[in-house]
Design a protein around this ligand. Structure first.
Ligand code: PGA
Length: 257
């Protein structure tokens, strides 16, 4: 397996943090930290709250930092109070969108079916998708991690063509490792990312599986990033807490180089 053929993507997930003024400052700090760095080998994304998108896109313009959103609705428009469509994101200059994050699944009733609907809508609008999958602690303890993650991946990708897979990144995020400071070991991360790669091979082709970027997420930080990113099946990271400080985020970007 030749990992170097895949895109390495380091994406921050800011969650419900940062006002527009704080977002501007953080993007400026990230830009300053990576200036002079050759970022060819690593794509850098900041997924920000909706209200920060406008300022984030303007501040990141002309730099290596791409802007993403943290969710989008599956309908093109309509009576969905409080929701944002994929077309609206594109109109604001957004390039990426996170779909199916475990916090959406846990607290906001997101299901595998609605994840699939959102993925389709995002791709149709021209966004790149960071699709999140991952098992709960109980599921890991029951020994059904592989089944859980495989099922989530299969349902999320229903109706998605091999050609569209070029715009999908999968983020393996064990729920028990998110925001807890408990990181999966690099072997655990590699193993499950490998399971996801096999699922993609079975759904599409070996070529597609080899080309798909699969990130690890869950308490990735400046200290553990190098080891995790060094694993053969781990092609980047989706980073929550450690993406909120430019210095920490920069350390992870450097580890990916
Ligand atoms: P964390 O979050 O890095 O704070 O664990 C990761 C995520 O939820 O994407």
């Amino acid at each position: 397996m030749n990992k170097s053929t895949r895109r390495t993507v380091i994406a921050g997930n800011w969650k419900m943090n940062k006002t527009p003024a704080e977002a501007k400052q953080l993007i400026e700090e990230i830009k300053a930290s990576i200036s002079g760095m050759n970022t060819d080998g690593c794509e850098i994304v900041a997924c920000v709250p909706y209200i920060d998108i406008d300022i984030a896109v303007k501040t990141a313009a002309g730099s290596a930092v791409k802007i993403g959103a943290e969710n989008c609705h599956w309908a093109k428009n309509g009576a969905f109070t409080g929701e944002i469509s994929a077309d609206m994101l594109v109109a604001c200059g957004v390039e990426y969108v996170i779909i199916g994050h475990s916090e959406r699944r846990q607290y906001f009733g997101e299901t595998d079916i609605t994840v699939n609907q959102r993925v389709k809508a995002a791709l149709e609008a021209g966004l790149k998708v960071i699709l999140c999958v991952g098992e709960l602690l109980e599921q890991r303890e029951q020994g059904i991690t592989d089944e859980t993650v495989s099922l989530q991946t299969k349902i999320a990708l229903l109706g998605i063509t091999e050609e569209q897979m070029a715009d999908i990144i999968i983020a393996y995020e064990p729920v028990w490792a998110i925001g807890t400071g408990k990181t999966a070991t690099s072997e655990q991360a590699d193993e499950v990312c490998g399971v996801i790669r096999k699922v993609i091979a079975s759904l599409y082709s070996d070529k597609c599986a080899e080309a798909t970027t699969i990130q690890y997420g869950g308490s990735m930080n400046a200290k553990n990033a190098k080891e995790l990113l060094g694993m053969v099946n781990v092609d980047g990271g989706l980073i929550g807490g450690a993406s909120l400080k430019a210095e920490d985020f920069f350390s992870i970007i450097s580890a990916a180089q």
